[in-house]
Design a protein around this ligand. Structure first.
Ligand code: S3P
Length: 162
């Protein structure tokens, strides 16, 4: 089976859903953020702090293009759609957009300290989410609303549309 890529904003549930979806479909699972940390032997927040966002995006791009074409569910980072070359690479793949409301995201990430973009006080995160939405849609084959739905329900809906 062709690999499935989960996209969506930080806190939309890509990792949680990805693991369950992989289990259900009997596929392997990759979390791109974890892959980046293992490859660089650095935490994402350290990469941002020491090398900056663009260096992180370079690594992210390389990791994306190295993901196996078959047999995996891949959870991407929320900013994967920021680079046009990533959107182009994902365009003909099985991409699922987890669409989550701002209120849900805000509540889920209220105490999060691991995400540098979320921590960046100079950034309006709600605006960032709005500006990313069309980019997720541009590449998505399946769009699933995740608000007020259980993990099982979301996984079942994705499965229904594959
Ligand atoms: C980012 C999202 C993070 C991680 C990095 C940048 C972003 O992934 O890749 O902190 O730009 O939205 P999650 O979406 O898994 O939090």
């Amino acid at each position: 089976m062709e690999s499935i890529y989960l996209v969506g904003f930080m806190g939309s549930g890509k990792s949680t859903i990805g693991k369950q979806l992989a289990k259900k479909l009997n596929l392997l699972y990759i979390d791109m953020d974890e892959q980046i940390e293992q490859t660089t032997k650095k935490q994402i927040k350290t990469i941002f702090a020491e090398e900056g966002e663009q260096a992180f995006r370079d690594i992210e791009h390389k990791i994306l293009t190295e993901t196996p074409k078959q047999g995996y569910v891949v959870s991407t980072g929320g900013g994967i759609i920021e680079r046009k070359e990533n959107r182009q690479w994902l365009l003909n793949k099985q991409v699922v957009y987890l669409n989550t409301s701002w209120d849900t995201i805000k509540n889920r990430l209220a105490h999060d300290q691991s995400r540098p973009i979320w921590q960046d006080q100079s950034k309006d995160k709600q605006l960032l989410m709005q500006s990313r939405d069309p980019k997720y849609r541009e590449i998505a084959k399946i769009i699933v609303n995740t608000d007020q739905r259980s993990i099982d329900q979301i996984v079942a809906e994705i499965n229904l549309h594959l």
